[in-house]
Design a protein around this ligand. Structure first.
Ligand code: ZN
Length: 78
């Protein structure tokens, strides 16, 4: 089941909810104030799962990407 993120227009509470894809609008209430006035936040959760088994990115990189800053391991700053 996908995770949806909501922002409450009443109290400003932001929360994520695991719910069925068939869940319609008005069926979700704020976890804090029970308001139904919610704004759906586009979640990038599914696309940011890195290092999954079998992924080409699973192995630790031997080189920092880019090479723009010195904090990538070159000069040992920080
Ligand atoms: Zn609320």
């Amino acid at each position: 089941m996908p995770i949806y993120e909501y922002s409450c227009n009443t109290c400003g509470n932001v929360f994520s909810k695991l719910q069925s894809i068939r869940t319609g609008p008005g069926e979700t209430e704020c976890t804090k104030c029970k308001s139904l006035d919610l704004r759906k936040i586009p979640s990038s959760f599914a696309s940011t799962v890195a290092g999954a088994p079998g992924s080409e990115f699973a192995a630790p990189a031997t080189q920092p990407s880019g090479g723009g800053g010195c904090c990538g391991g070159g000069c040992g700053c920080g």
